[in-house]
Design a protein around this ligand. Structure first.
Ligand code: SF4
Length: 349
């Protein structure tokens, strides 16, 4: 069986290529072909000797992601891609054309085990975690897609399906690889990592000392509500999560984003807004209010526009920085996991 070399960093690549006794510049050329020039086969690597290309082709392969389906929103701002890997597992990757540039939303696992009540990604549990190469393949797919319009990926959010902290080592290896000059030279400052509140993961990330934006899916102002909609809260209580967020902000001097999905009659009351303000008081934080995209599998509904505005007003009055997320791509089921679920349903049928 051929060994896949897509996703290896320079060190691992030179180890894999050791039998060929290549000078280091050759290894770098191969990495650049894979990560910068979009090569999916050795025959494309035209500055390599022909014999070497043939030898490499016999021993190795370059596994990238294959497009299964693409959906484009009516306003043309959001495109969603269902990408498949070599074992047939598929994940969603979303391109959002924002006023400040192109943002890509990456999945870190196929499905998710965290069980959040409002999320379609978790309906079928988790199939498996993605490797560093597969996450990179998601980004590079979008990068090459944008190339035809002479555009590129400007920012990246790790907010697709999966809990990045449950795939910590591969996620970090992926971010390091993406940052390498022989790969995309992608700045950590343009990365946001989202967690459902896996506290030990947040402390590990603090130790990395990287200027990554941390985003915490809070979605509730107290343990009673959070227990109801996020099973992760049974393990790490809301006070522990917010304390870890506070330390992250202090250490990195970067504002932590608290995601808060507004669900009618669950967490959208005035008392909830006041409790949330109290919880985050004095912290370097921003609250991102997200009116829920109704999930058909669960009976969770969107609050009225007045209630959403009222929630925001209370936070603002309490000096908590907060915004309502602009809706993108609801017409193409942009809520995480909905597209993949549809695909699984079709394949089952
Ligand atoms: S919201 Fe995130 S952590 Fe929760 S189930 Fe969905 S993908 Fe997993």
């Amino acid at each position: 069986m051929k060994k896949n070399i897509f996703g290896l960093d320079l060190k691992a690549l030179s180890e894999a290529l050791q039998p060929y006794r290549l000078p280091s510049y050759r290894t770098k050329q191969i990495a650049e072909w894979m990560y910068q020039k979009g090569a999916s086969g050795f025959s494309e690597m035209t500055n390599l000797p022909k014999k070497l290309r043939e030898d490499l082709d016999e021993a190795f392969e370059i596994q990238r992601a294959k497009l299964v389906t693409q959906w484009d929103s009516n306003d043309g701002k959001t495109s969603k891609f269902l990408l498949e890997f070599s074992d047939g597992v598929a994940v969603e990757t979303v391109l959002m054309r924002q006023p400040y540039g192109n943002s890509v939303c990456i999945s870190t696992q196929a499905g998710c085990a965290m069980g959040c009540a409002f999320c379609a990604s978790t309906v079928h549990g988790v199939a498996r975690s993605l490797t560093r190469g597969e996450m990179l393949a998601e980004v590079l797919y979008i990068e090459e897609y944008l190339k035809k319009d002479e555009q590129k990926v400007d920012t990246m959010v790790l907010m697709g399906s999966g809990e990045p902290m449950m795939n910590y080592d591969e996620v970090m290896a992926f971010l390091h690889l993406l940052h390498e000059p022989y790969c995309k030279n992608f700045s950590y400052r343009n990365v946001a990592l989202s967690t459902s509140g896996v506290v030990p993961g947040i402390y590990r990330l603090i130790e990395e000392d990287l200027p990554i934006t941390l985003s915490i899916s809070l979605h509730a102002p107290n343990d009673a509500v959070r227990d109801r909609i996020m099973p992760v809260n049974k393990k790490w209580k809301i006070a522990e999560v917010v304390e870890a967020g506070r330390q992250y902000g202090e250490k990195t001097k970067r504002r932590v984003t608290y995601e808060y999905i507004l669900i009618a009659d669950v967490n959208d009351g005035e008392e909830h807004a006041r409790e949330l303000s109290h919880l985050l008081h004095g912290q370097l934080a921003n609250v991102n209010l997200i009116p829920i995209n109704p999930v058909t599998e669960r009976q969770l509904y969107r609050p009225s526009q007045e209630r959403i505005q009222r929630f925001l007003d209370i936070l603002t009055r309490q000096h908590i920085s907060a915004t309502i997320r602009r809706e993108m791509g609801t017409d193409i089921q942009a809520a995480c996991g909905q597209l993949r679920n549809q695909y699984m349903k079709n394949n089952e049928g």
